[in-house]
Unconditional design. Sequence first.
Length: 81
Amino acid sequence: MGIHVKFFASMRDLMGDDRDIDSEVLKEQAINNVDDIWNYCADDKERSANVLVAVNMDYVDGQTPVKDGDEVAFFPPVTGG
């Protein structure tokens, strides 16, 4: 199975296409939380503090644990008026 990682709007421009991280990579890379997912995908790009993150459609913080089968999504800051 693994984790499906999605990037939206300008996050897709920064990070490229969505990614699937398979179960073996999760174990080998010690991917345990959202911050670990970002570090694995980001190739040394910093994540702005105002980037929104969701796990299974619920907004979370960087220390939120992830597990096999989760969907993790990164969103740019939302503004409006």
